[in-house]
Design a protein. Sequence first.
Length: 192
Amino acid sequence: MKVSNPFNLVENAWSLKNMMLDNKLIMVYSDHITSRTYEHLMHLAEDKLDHYNTSLKNKKKILHILVEALQNITSHGYKDDTNTVASLFVIGMEGENKLFILSGNTVTAKNEEYLREKLDHLNTLDNEELRSFYKHTIQHNAFTEKGGAGLGFIDIMRKSQSKLSYHFTPINSNLSFFTYKVNLQSEISDNN
C-alpha cells in the first residue's frame, strides 16, 4: 500500500487508537502466529493485565485461557501455502470490569462441521458435566491425528466458567474464518 500523505496514515492510526479505547479493547492482534509471535503475545498480555491490576489468581486463569486459545490457532487453523495461519486475537472489557477474549483463525469446511458439533455439544454441559467429560476424554485417550483430544475448548470453558459463542464467516467454498468469544468472570480495574 502506497501512502501519498503520511499524515493521513497518522490520522488513521490515531482514529484506530481512539476506537480501541472507546470500545475498551485492551489488546488486538491480527496476523500470522508463529512461535516468536506467540511468546511475544503472551508477554504483552501479561503486561496489559499487570496494567489493569489483575490479581495473581485471575491473571493465571486468563493467561491459561490465552495459551489454550493460541494453541488452538497454531495447531488447528488452516495453514496456507506459506505454512502460516491467518488469525485474530482480541482482549477487551465489557461493562465496568468484565473481560472477554475473542480468538479467530481460518478453518476448512471439514473442520467447520467438526467445530460446530463439538462446541454445540460442549455448550449444553454444565460445569460438573464438563469436568466429567474432561476426565472421560483423558482416561479414554480420545486423541485426534493432530495430537489433541479437543481438551482445549473444554479447558477454556472450565476455566472461564462460561459458554463459548462462535461464528463462521465464509471465505470461499472450502474455507471459513472461525471466531469464538470467551467471557471471563474475572474482574479487573480499568486504570485509564
